[in-house]
Each structure stands twice: as structure tokens, then as C-alpha cells.
Design a protein around this ligand. Structure first.
Ligand code: AP5
Length: 225
């Protein structure tokens, strides 16, 4: 099954994708993680993307589309994947649909994490990440056992540069103006499902599992809302 996760920054898309990967074996493809890795390694993509990401703006479509279509192509033997953070514009979604139809691997389901503004602001401001393994924490909701230290590998935690108050505002604006319309795009295709992103992570996961249990990979166009 191929799944797209939609929702504002901080809705918990990445958190749930990691759980789905661990528990159900989905391949988690996160545009943000791939871009951040490129920035860290100072690749050509990273050099082009860095300034946009730091300002909270979208990286230009052509860069992201090529990067993600290559990533999908290279992992096409894995037919169950989750796209987290891609597509982010209708233009990206159309390009993705074209490419996946050639590979005969259409998107089966798009899950919209409906989440309040208050929730996403609190989540983004309190998010901390492991500098080594990338594990995701929240200083209040999901704190590590020892403050500032990753439970999994013992490395230090850091705050993403784009989780500053000003950049969060910009990212939310960009979401409203450029990404939100994807909800209609997938609804029109009849493959949109909705979960409440405001709930605690275990409950969100239960809802997601129920959705997946009722959607076999042949269920495209039967999913509805
Ligand atoms: P990206 O990394 O994709 O950021 P985002 O969409 O802004 O999403 P986030 O990672 O901020 O949020 P999330 O929903 O995954 O929340 P999380 O699970 O971490 O993109 C970054 C940048 O890259 C973009 O701004 C852009 O520049 C560029 N980019 C990426 N894709 C692009 C594209 N397709 N086109 C162009 N540019 C692109 O959770 C947040 C926090 O809340 C965590 O601390 C977590 O522990 C906590 N939490 C999660 N769930 C819960 C819960 N249920 N209850 C309590 N706490 C929770």
C-alpha cells in the first residue's frame, strides 16, 4: 500500500510514519529528512535547498520532485511506502501521480492529520531531535528519560532551526497557501481519510491502524472519506 500523509507542520506525520515503519514495515520516505541530510552533507541539492528551508519556504518544485521520484524509483521493490512531506503542492502531486502510474504503483490512500493551530505551535516549539539517530522527542509530550540526551543512542538532542517562532509562522502560512489544497485534490480522487492529529500519539496510531485494516491495497477508489 502507498500512503501520503497530509497536514500542517507539527501535526505528527513524522512521528506516526516512524511508528508505522517499525510496526507494519512500511518504508518511510520523508522529504524533510532527505533534504536535511543533503544540507548536512553539503550536496548540490543541500546547497540549493538550505536557504529556503531556513526561511520556512518551500524548496522549488523541480528540485524536490526530481529528488523524490529518484528516491521512489530506487526503492520500487518496496511496494508499501509512506510519503511524509511530499507532495506539498498540486503541481508536485500531479507529477507524482504521472510517475507512479507508469510504475503501476498508484497512491492508495492519503491521510489528513486535522490538527488545531494551538497544538501545532506547542508541538513545534517543544520538538527536539537526536543529532545522531534522528529520534524525535518533545520536551513535554514525549520527553527523553534524561534531559537533552537520546534514549536510543545516547547522543545529544537539538532544536531544528526552522522551529523558531518566526519560521514556524512562515511555515504555517506556506501550508495554508500552497499545501492545504491537496486535501481537495485527494478527496476528489476518493482516497482521502482523516484522523484527528490533536490526540495523543497512541490514539492517533490506533485510528490509523483501523483505517489501514479497512483498506486493502486493492481498495483504491473505494476508500472515501
Ligand atoms: P518537513 O521536515 O517535512 O517539516 P513539516 O512538514 O513542517 O513537518 P514537521 O516535521 O515539522 O511536522 P510533523 O507533522 O512531521 O510533526 P512531528 O511528528 O515531528 O519539511 C521541512 C522543510 O523542508 C519545509 O519547510 C520545506 O522548506 C522543505 N520541504 C519539505 N518537503 C518539501 C516539499 N515536498 N516541497 C518543497 N519543500 C519541501 O511532531 C512534532 C512534535 O510533536 C514532535 O516533538 C513530536 O514528538 C510531538 N508529537 C507528535 N505527535 C504527537 C502527539 N500525537 N501528541 C503529542 N505530541 C506529539
Amino acid at each position: 500500500m502507498r500512503m501520503v500523509l497530509l497536514g500542517p507542520p507539527g501535526a505528527g506525520k513524522g512521528t506516526q510514519a516512524v511508528i508505522l515503519q517499525e510496526k507494519k514495515g512500511f518504508l518511510h520516505l520523508s522529504t524533510g529528512d532527505i533534504l536535511r541530510e543533503n544540507v548536512k552533507n553539503n550536496t548540490d541539492i543541500g546547497k540549493k535547498a538550505k536557504a529556503f528551508m531556513e526561511k520556512g519556504e518551500l524548496v522549488p518544485d523541480d528540485i524536490v520532485i526530481e529528488m523524490m521520484l529518484n528516491t521512489i524509483e530506487n526503492s520500487r521493490d518496496k511496494k508499501d511506502f509512506i510519503l511524509d512531506g511530499f507532495p506539498r503542492t498540486v503541481y508536485q502531486a500531479k507529477k507524482l501521480d504521472n510517475e507512479l502510474s507508469k510504475l503501476k504503483l498508484p497512491i492508495d490512500i492519503a491521510v489528513y492529520f486535522k490538527t488545531s493551530l494551538k497544538t501545532v505551535i506547542l508541538r513545534l516549539a517543544g520538538r527536539r531531535l537526536c543529532s545522531k539517530c534522528g529520534a524525535n522527542y518533545h520536551i513535554v509530550n514525549m520527553p527523553p528519560k534524561k534531559q537533552g540526551v537520546c534514549d536510543k543512542c545516547g547522543a545529544g538532542l537539538y532544536q531544528r532551526k526552522d522551529d523558531s517562532e518566526e519560521t514556524i509562522k512562515k511555515r504555517l502560512e506556506v501550508y495554508d497557501n500552497q499545501t492545504k489544497e491537496l486535501i481537495d485534490y485527494y478527496n476528489t480522487q476518493g482516497i482521502l481519510k482523516e484522523v484527528s492529529g490533536d490526540m495523543e500519539a497512541g490514539k492517533v496510531y490506533s485510528e490509523l491502524s483501523e483505517i489501514l485494516n479497512t483498506c486493502g491495497s486493492d481498495d483504491r477508489h473505494k476508500v472515501g472519506k
